[in-house]
Design a protein. Structure first.
Ligand SMILES: *Cc1c(COP(=O)(O)O)cnc(C)c1O
Length: 373
């Protein structure tokens, strides 16, 4: 198999989804699988659906288009407020989108009318993360405007935590959000289909003691993919944290003298000079670098230390004899490392752990290709 590569265990992604679906189901909360960290990879999205996710969501229209291109027909929601310039594409490939700007909603409505469809609108509410979101005091007014527009239908409200400011939601904030859902229904009439409480950072709140009120949806990416709760970084009980493995190849081994004198007396270079950590006498260089992933988000194999990285090289100190040139080294990845590695053109994605869907023998001659890879 080629290097560098990401090995993806689809069975673990399916199982992680199942675990969350089972825990949230009794609380009346469905799981929307978020595919943005894997760039809308269709097989990974399918594993989420097979695990019981009720729908998919992504932040980028290009990722949604990848899912549609392989024939996925289920509901896909755009969870970043659409670009005004992409209104037509959004309406064509997404059932609904999260929105904060009335100008964009009007453009979506016009695009939907041109397309002969109705586009679903979920209003994103600002509850403390200070990223995208309508201020609670403006929500009623915008909801009423959406109600009066043809081409769009108000599907619900959503909120988001721990993205920009890194703070998990409190029970108080969630209660205030649920009150908003009641208030909007009081003013606008129809039952809000979606009350989406947030992302993986909501799991601690949702699995806690208190009632989860009106919330009936969570948009989950990191928890499904990496099995961790993003704010603490802790493994979620019963979840796999090794569905993804990054594999890189050793291209040089051997010790280097601790300080090679720098010929140029350049203070900038002096400051940036990497010092071999004491005790690490052997080292290896792998063919992967900053251009491929977030190096600081790689878990070093036991006994190894990160010495440094450049755009294309990763230098690791090994206390024992390093692996030979040509051998492979395996890493677990943080969310940032995963996200960047999945988008890196030089990293191959190898799927495993899942019996690929094969057409049954009876359909010979009329084989339908599930081009999920
Ligand atoms: C990324 C994102 C999510 C998913 O976040 P995770 O922490 O990966 O679960 C959910 N909602 C919105 C709006 C997002 O941008």
């Amino acid at each position: 198999m080629s290097c560098p590569r990401i090995e993806v265990d689809l069975a673990k992604i399916r199982r992680n989804t199942q675990t969350l679906v089972k825990r949230l189901g009794p609380r009346g909360i469905g799981v929307t699988g978020v595919t943005k960290a894997v760039c809308g990879h269709p097989a990974i999205a399918q594993a989420m659906l097979d695990g019981g996710a009720v729908g998919l969501a992504d932040a980028r229209i290009s990722n949604v288009q990848k899912l549609r291109a392989v024939g996925m027909t289920g509901p896909i929601t755009l969870i970043r407020t659409p670009m005004l310039s992409q209104a037509d594409q959004v309406v064509l490939s997404c059932e609904a989108s999260y929105n904060t700007e009335i100008l964009v909603i009007s453009a979506l409505a016009a695009a939907a009318i041109r397309n002969g469809s109705v586009h679903g609108i979920v209003l994103m509410v600002e509850m403390g993360d200070q990223r995208d979101g309508i201020l609670p005091e403006n929500l009623k007014d915008i909801a009423q405007q959406v109600m009066q527009m043809s081409g769009v239908a108000l599907k619900g409200i959503g909120t988001n935590f721990a993205c920009l400011n890194g703070l998990a939601p409190t029970a108080l904030q969630m209660a205030a959000f649920c009150d908003l859902a009641n208030e909007i229904e009081g003013v606008c009439g129809p039952f809000l289909k979606i009350v989406s409480g947030g992302n993986s950072a909501n799991l601690t709140w949702v699995l806690g003691e208190h009632a989860t009120g009106r919330v009936n949806d969570l948009r989950l990416g990191e928890a499904i993919l990496l099995g961790v709760e993003p704010v603490s970084g802790d493994r979620i009980d019963g979840m796999y944290t090794d569905a993804f493995t990054l594999v890189a190849e050793v291209i040089e081994t051997g010790a280097k003298p601790p300080s090679i004198p720098i010929a140029l007396i350049d203070p900038t270079r002096e400051r940036l000079r990497i010092v071999t950590p004491s005790g690490a006498c052997a080292r290896m260089i792998l063919a992967i670098g900053h251009q491929d992933t977030d190096i600081l988000g790689l878990s070093m194999p036991t006994g190894n230390t990160l010495i440094g990285a450049t755009s294309d090289h990763l230098v690791i100190g090994t206390p024992v004899t390093p692996p030979t040139v040509g051998s492979e080294v395996r890493f677990q990845m943080s969310y940032n490392a995963l996200m960047r590695a999945m988008a890196a053109p030089d990293i191959n994605v190898e799927l495993m752990g899942y019996p690929p869907k094969r057409p049954s023998r009876h359909t010979q001659g009329k084989v339908q290709h599930l081009a999920l890879v």
